[in-house]
Design a protein around this ligand. Structure first.
Ligand code: NAP
Ligand code: G4F
Length: 324
């Protein structure tokens, strides 16, 4: 039986990855941050699982990482923990860099110091491509446009360096946007689907958004965590893009979500400049041919399917809430 250590286990991807690995028989250890109220709603349904173990720690606290890696002795480490909101990174650049860039370095160093035969997955991102026009693949130039994107680029290169310098099995998944009903409520897809459900239920009138022209390649998170796992099962470490290959504007996502809720988006969406960014990433559309070829991985759920499945989940949630 293998042992995995996941940072970011309370997040969208971490929760799906924990489910996947528990289903495969792994012992799963997750890093959780101390907070004054418990923030584990995405893994509540797993909390009594005998093979899930949670440990306090933080990517900004190197000592906690060294101690945990030494005591857990993982076969696989998945570094999903991050300050993951692009707009917020402009407001908290120092913390973003410390968590995302130096946090990755701290964790890699903890793995190296423990001297384990351990495989390492880094959650890299299409935000690293920034202003490089689509389609983007593993050979495209990096040009990040936010403190988040640049912190992730440092983490990406640190991961490459530990592979080259110390022969560590360390890989980066360069993942394009992926969403689900567990997506944080201040990312644009979930903000839209939650609003469409609330407006349809008559408890909200409108939603305020920023740039509707941005193009993103939105896939479905459970499919992407399967790809992360496959990357760590290869004979040789390598980096892979994961994406659907389809681009849609935020406007098109709105249209699909509101139409599915029986509404006309133009009657309910307002614009507010405060939701725009000092520098925007205009278009991300990935080419995941390498992952298809070498990992047998392919995205199946498209952005418009996703809009509909997320609206259905949000309608269900609001109906449960209103019935209380
Ligand atoms: P998410 O839902 O925002 O989850 C982030 C996780 O990181 C949460 O568990 C959070 O803990 C934890 N975290 C934040 N700061 C931390 C710190 N200082 N120390 C330890 N843990 C910390 O993000 P996600 O969408 O699941 O994404 C997972 C990873 O993939 C992230 O690294 C993200 O940058 C990257 N990524 C995501 C996408 C995407 O489209 N979803 C695409 C490419 C790359 P709390 O629950 O306590 O806040
Ligand atoms: O949903 P978003 O905040 O996601 P963004 O910036 O693309 O970042 C996500 O995907 C990255 C992968 O490419 C991850 F690395 C990262 O961690 C995160 O998961 O914004 C998507 C687009 C942007 O162009 C933004 O300007 O939607 C636009 N947008 C328009 N109105 C909005 C809003 N974004 C947010 N969050 N809120 C709005 O009201």
């Amino acid at each position: 039986m293998k042992t995995a250590f996941i940072t970011g286990v309370t997040g969208q991807d971490g929760s799906y990855l924990a489910e996947l690995l528990l289903g495969k028989g792994y012992d799963v250890h997750g890093l959780v941050r101390r907070s004054s109220t418990l923030n584990r709603s995405r893994i509540d349904h797993l909390h009594q699982h005998e093979r899930l173990h949670l440990h306090y720690g933080d990517l900004t606290d190197g000592v906690s990482l060294v101690n945990l890696v030494r005591s857990i002795e993982p076969d696989e480490v998945y570094n999903l923990g991050a300050m993951s909101h692009v707009k917020v990174s402009f407001e908290m650049p120092d913390y973003t860099a410390s968590t995302n860039a130096i946090g990755t370095l701290r964790l890699l160093e903890a793995v190296r110091a423990a001297g384990l035969d351990c495989r390492f997955y880094q959650a890299s991102t299409s935000e690293m491509f920034g202003s490089t026009p689509p389609p983007q693949d593993e050979t495209s130039m990096f040009h990040p446009r936010s403190p988040y994107g640049s912190s992730k680029l440092q983490a990406h290169w640190v991961t490459v360096n530990y592979r080259e310098a110390y022969d560590l099995f360390a890989v980066s998944g360069i993942l394009f946007n992926h969403e689900s009903p567990r997506r944080g409520e201040n990312f644009v897809t979930r903000k839209i689907t939650k609003a469409a459900a609330a407006i349809a239920a008559g408890v909200q009138e409108h939603v305020t958004l920023g740039n509707l022209d941005a193009v993103r390649d939105w896939g479905y998170a459970p499919e992407y965590v399967e790809g992360m796992w496959r990357m760590l099962q290869q004979d040789e470490p390598d980096d892979f893009v994961m994406a659907t290959g389809e681009g849609h504007t935020v406007r098109e996502f709105c249209d699909a979500a509101f139409t599915h809720a029986g509404l006309n988006w133009e009657e309910h969406v307002r614009y507010d400049e405060s939701f725009t960014r000092p520098s925007e990433v205009n278009a991300l559309i990935g080419d995941a041919s390498k992952a298809h070829r070498e990992l047998g991985w392919k995205a199946h759920t498209t952005a418009l399917d996703l809009a509909r499945l997320m609206v259905d989940a949000d309608v269900e949630e609001i109906n449960r809430f209103l019935a209380r």
